[in-house]
Design a protein around this ligand. Sequence first.
Ligand SMILES: *Cc1c(COP(=O)(O)O)cnc(C)c1O
Length: 387
Amino acid sequence: MNAPSPIASSSHIDTRLAQAGRTTDPRTGAISTPIYQTSTFAHPGLGQSTGFDYSRTTNPTRQALEHALAVLDGGAAALAFASGLAALTTLLGLFRQGDHLVVAEGCYGGTYRLLDQVFSRFGIATTYVPVVDPAGYRAVLRPQTRAVLVESVSNPCLEVPDLMALVAITRDAGALLVVDNTMLTPYWLRPLELGADVVVHSASKFLAGHNDTIGGIITVREAALATQLGFLQNAMGAALSPQDSWLVLRGLKTLALRLERQQHNALALARWLRRQPGVLRVAYPGLPDDPSHDVLARSAGGAGAVLAFELEDRESVRYLIERLSLIAYAESFGGVESLITVPAVQTHANLLPQERERLGVTDTLLRLSVGVEHVDDLIADLAAALA
Ligand SMILES: *Cc1c(COP(=O)(O)O)cnc(C)c1O
């Protein structure tokens, strides 16, 4: 059995991405890691092993993806899961009854739901704090606080936490700093290099990048934590399938190209949108005068390709959604096709109305995930729908 080769050790992340999952199979010379669509592996003899025995535990295709992400994120190891939420569920399996978590407000709606409606029942308490104020995180720490969880860019309001300040705060508290980096990917931001302990990705978004699969990743800085999570990955059983591992690996190869193009389009659209009379406000940390621009620029190389904008009233939102033809009205972000969502009725529908209002997730807020289409076509689509 041929172990996946190390991905290229170039200092350029574009090169490492393009070479992700490339094998050195001496028999066939295959460039792409095969999809090892097998549940089990035969042993050469009693007490002997190829290194693989059952695909929930390890699978060569998944291992190639996990190796690629460990290198890209700069961690000791990475683990791949059946979805971003499966990754978070497994991560929460590190904790026990009585433990306390501090979580940035404006996190992914499914993360709220998992904490408040599932893990709360197992005695894991969560305190939510505003994204941008480091003092707010420090103020709610308890002796039982085991982790602080933030998203590299919040969703859908696109606020950016000060990761450097949070590294210091969590170190002092003996808690883990967990960064959900779905919005920026290792191409734009590598939180482990800044001192974070754990990175989580929904691979369903930019990493896979084609709106065609669901997956999740955890990368950790220290090998000891990787061992614990490897145990949980096998014990809880939410590992990524070989086929989906291959799709994420395939997506990674073009991540640099896609993100450059998507970010270019997103900045052009943000600038165009803020000049439109019916648009009250545009949030995009790539705009130099956005409130989150400076804190993002201190740690990240880019701002991603998701922006949010607010219209005057619900009628304008309905009209816009009905009139768009190129941009699909669909949940999710990060794929090559542009998508638009109304977070209040989709991704954040499970929050109470007053909670949504407080977080700025108003009924007239739209989130736009910008794809790789020609930007003139995207502008024309929006112009016709805003008219
Ligand atoms: C989508 C998303 C998740 C959940 O990932 P799934 O793959 O949909 O389970 C978690 N965090 C963020 C920031 C996301 O955008």
